[in-house]
Structure formats: structure tokens, C-alpha cells
Design a protein. Structure first.
Ligand SMILES: [Zn+2]
Length: 299
């Protein structure tokens, strides 16, 4: 096994296809044997993991040098009209944090919710208030997991890049999960070396250098229409310029975890990891592609 880079960890969301046995526990050693070193535990359909298994995952991951993160259930909506549903969403997010901690995950990614019939401004305030409570309980309980709000690909979902960055700036303890497939799908652009560099520089400008030295990123191919994301596809089947994206990642000196969410999972993760190291060996790159300054230069 070649030594893994300490700077950037490459991994997948869920259980790799080539791993036998449908369990996260087996997925950890399997990922390590594939030369990948990050796994995002999918709690996306519910928190179906016992405390005992969580403890085993923590041990197994530390033995194999695999970095764990987790993804909270999809049905969380911190902007739900129904108060009961909103409270259940808060509780579920808190329980996801607790379970992630038990499993030794350093980060928990979540989708904040939908605008529904509310304006983006009202949605922002509602979600901000909810998260303020969750973060203060997490601090009180000393849960050692970073809470990461994801940039979302469908326009009906809260989570444009600007919304996510503003919320992270305003709430102490909240960090972004930058999903570049979602950013492309939502904006219908942001697909060149220069665009990617500008997104990353914007993140650094709004949140400080730590946002890039401890980044958490989702990536995949994507198809989309004017309403945003339709679905994730494999990198080679999509128009996403992943070579230029990797050049931007290298150029900005980003460190952290890159989680691949293509249907092919480990195939694309290994493709990106290989290309990342090739490009890094070759040295720096030049600006390529088209510009989208109108989107990126907004304050
Ligand atoms: Zn997600």
C-alpha cells in the first residue's frame, strides 16, 4: 500500500461496490486495501447503527487510518412549517451528531431544508435560529464533531454557496460542506479552473484560511436543468471539468477530505486521487476555461 497523503484524504459516501459484506465495518478495511482513506457513513435513511457497532467502527477506522465522517438523514427540514416536524428535525440532527461522535466521525454533513412557501430571507432566519440551539447543545455536551451544512443542488433547497457561507460566518461552530456538483447544478455554471479557484478564494475570504486547511468536499458528475440538480452521475459521463477542478484544489493549497458521490464510488475516487497526485507532481497550472465573474464577485 502506498502511503496516503496527510493533506488530502480521498474516499466515498457509503459502502464501496467492490467490498464484500454490506457493512460499514467491512467497508473500512476494504477501502484501506483500495488505497483510499476516507469514508462517509450514510445515516441518510435513518440512524440505524447501534452504539456497539459505532464503537467498533471507531476502532476499526483508527486501526486502518481511515478518516470517518457521517451524513445526517435526508428528511431533516429545519424550515418545516409544522412545528412538530421542525422539532423532530432538530432532535434528529442532534442525535446524528451524537451517533457520529460514538462512531469516531470528525464531521457531520447535513441538508438544512427547503424554502417551502417561505421567502429565502425568512428561511435563512428560521434555519439560523434552529442551528444556534443545536450548536449550543452540542457545545454543552462537548460533542467532538464538526457540523457541516452542505451546498445544495436543487433550487428549492436552502443552501446556495452564498447562504451557506453567510450562515457559517454568523454561527460559531458551523462549517461548510462544499459540494461542487451541486454548485454547478444550481448555478448552471462554475465549471472551469478559474471559476473553481474563485469559489475557493471566496470561501477563504468569507471564512478565513482554516476553511481551506480543514475542508470537507463532496464531488461527483451531475446532470441538471434550470431547476438545478437532477441526479449524480459518474465523472466521465458528465460535463464536470474535474481535471480543472483538481488543479484549482492544488493551486489553492486546499487540505481536508474529498468524498466522492458518483454512482461508481471507488472508481471515481481512485481516478481523482491518481490524477491529483499526477497533477501535483507536474507542478502548477495556468488559468483555463471560461469566466463567471458575475456570480463569483458578488459580495
Ligand atoms: Zn448531501
Amino acid at each position: 500500500m502506498t502511503p496516503v497523503s496527510d493533506d488530502v484524504h480521498f474516499g466515498v459516501a457509503g459502502i464501496p461496490h467492490t467490498c464484500s459484506g454490506n457493512s460499514f465495518l467491512k467497508a473500512i478495511s476494504c477501502l484501506a486495501s483500495l488505497d483510499l482513506d476516507a469514508l462517509e457513513l450514510a445515516f441518510v435513511h435513518g440512524l440505524n447503527l447501534s452504539q456497539e457497532t459505532a464503537g467498533q467502527l471507531k476502532m476499526e477506522a483508527s486501526q486502518h487510518g481511515v478518516k470517518l465522517s457521517a451524513h445526517a438523514p435526508y428528511f431533516i427540514n429545519l424550515n418545516a412549517e409544522d412545528q412538530g416536524q421542525k422539532m423532530r428535525s432538530q432532535e434528529l440532527l442532534l442525535n446524528s451528531l451524537r451517533l457520529a461522535a460514538a462512531a469516531g466521525a470528525s464531521d457531520l454533513v447535513f441538508h438544512a431544508g427547503y424554502y417551502g412557501r417561505k421567502t429565502p430571507g425568512d428561511t435563512y432566519s428560521q434555519i439560523k435560529d434552529s442551528l444556534k440551539d443545536i450548536l449550543s447543545i452540542s457545545r454543552l455536551e462537548r460533542i467532538p464533531v464538526r457540523l457541516r451544512i452542505e451546498t445544495m443542488g436543487k433550487r428549492q433547497q436552502f443552501g446556495s454557496l452564498d447562504e451557506v457561507l453567510l450562515l457559517c460566518r454568523e454561527l460559531d461552530g458551523l462549517l461548510p460542506c462544499l459540494d461542487f456538483a451541486h454548485i454547478l447544478a444550481r448555478e448552471g455554471k462554475i465549471n472551469s479552473y478559474r471559476d473553481f479557484c474563485q469559489v475557493l478564494k471566496k470561501v477563504e475570504k468569507k471564512l478565513g484560511p482554516r476553511a481551506l486547511s480543514k475542508a470537507h468536499i463532496h464531488i461527483s458528475g451531475v446532470i441538471f436543468n434550470q431547476r438545478g440538480e437532477i441526479k449524480h452521475i459518474n465523472l466521465d459521463e458528465s460535463e464536470f471539468c474535474y481535471d480543472e477542478w483538481l488543479q484549482a484544489i492544488i493551486e489553492t493549497g486546499l487540505k481536508g477530505t474529498i468524498i466522492v458521490e458518483s454512482p461508481s464510488l471507488e472508481v471515481d475516487a481512485l481516478r481523482l486521487k491518481g490524477l491529483y497526485h499526477n497533477l501535483k507532481e507536474k507542478g502548477t497550472c495556468t488559468g483555463l476555461g471560461r469566466d463567471n465573474h458575475d456570480f463569483l464577485d458578488t459580495e
